[in-house]
Design a protein around this ligand. Structure first.
Ligand SMILES: C[S@@+](CC[C@H](N)C(=O)[O-])C[C@H]1O[C@@H](n2cnc3c(N)ncnc32)[C@H](O)[C@@H]1O
Length: 226
């Protein structure tokens, strides 16, 4: 049987601007600049920094660039195009989305944000397509993990492992590889509890999500002889 691996980006820092911020000057300014109503804007710390000052857990929010880079890396590998790697991402409201293997994501962040706004509003893109490229597969992480398999969490405070060992176990156990796609702070307790293994690479040194992603992708390609 052909080996396959699932990669899941967790707690991705991706959301629409919350309704309570729609009247903030930062938000009105960016809505005018992009000619988009505030309800269709993606929260972006680089544009909405002042508006975000009172937001709960603001250190984890407003960084759509992180999931953008991670998805570009994970979809730009032969592994994905050959159907060996399945790519998913979870957002802070709990939904989990799948990125189809033939998806060509926008390279430019602003265009990516536009597509993501459509996705968060409509649950699939292109909106209204009977055969969407990115679509919701679950309303909750708990349900997704229960259905799709065991979760190995990449976690700075986990047990030390080499990337090749993480990849080997994911293949052997048909486990999902989970990587946080948020800028700061830790996973929620509810996420940590869903993992059956939590592993640290690079001696637990805190790495950016895209660095962890690229290390694991390289190991996967090596392990699968690609
Ligand atoms: C930028 S980190 C999250 C924020 C980080 N805790 C901080 O406060 O700087 C993004 C994700 O990369 C993964 N990660 C980063 N360094 C790691 C390491 N040394 N071992 C395993 N996973 C790591 C984790 O999944 C983490 O959630």
């Amino acid at each position: 049987m052909k080996a396959s691996v699932k990669m899941l980006f967790l707690e991705s820092s991706l959301e629409l601007v919350p309704r309570e911020l729609h009247r903030e000057p930062d938000v009105i300014r960016s809505a005018r600049r992009y000619e988009i109503p505030p309800a269709r804007l993606i929260l972006d710390k680089s544009l909405h920094y002042k508006a975000m000052r009172g937001l709960e857990r603001k250190w984890k929010r407003g960084r759509p660039d992180i999931i953008h880079i991670c998805l570009l890396l994970a979809t730009d590998t032969p592994l994905t195009r050959m159907g060996v790697l399945e790519v998913y991402f979870h957002v802070l409201d709990g939904r989990v989305f799948k990125v189809r293997s033939d998806t060509r994501l926008p390279r430019h962040l602003e265009r990516f944000k536009g597509v993501m706004a459509d996705l968060l509003i409509s649950d699939s893109v292109p909106v209204g397509s009977p055969d969407p490229l990115i679509f919701k597969v679950s309303d909750s992480l708990e349900e997704f993990v229960a259905r799709e398999g065991k979760l190995i969490l990449l976690w700075e405070k986990g047990e030390p492992r080499r990337p090749e060992e993480v990849v080997e176990e994911a293949i052997e156990e048909n486990a999902i590889i989970g990587i946080g796609a948020f800028p700061r702070g830790d996973f929620e307790e509810t996420t940590l509890r869903l993992a059956y293994k939590r592993y640290a690479i690079a001696g637990g040194h805190p790495l950016a999500a895209w660095s962890v992603t690229s290390r694991l992708l390289c190991e996967l390609e090596r392990r699968l002889g690609i």
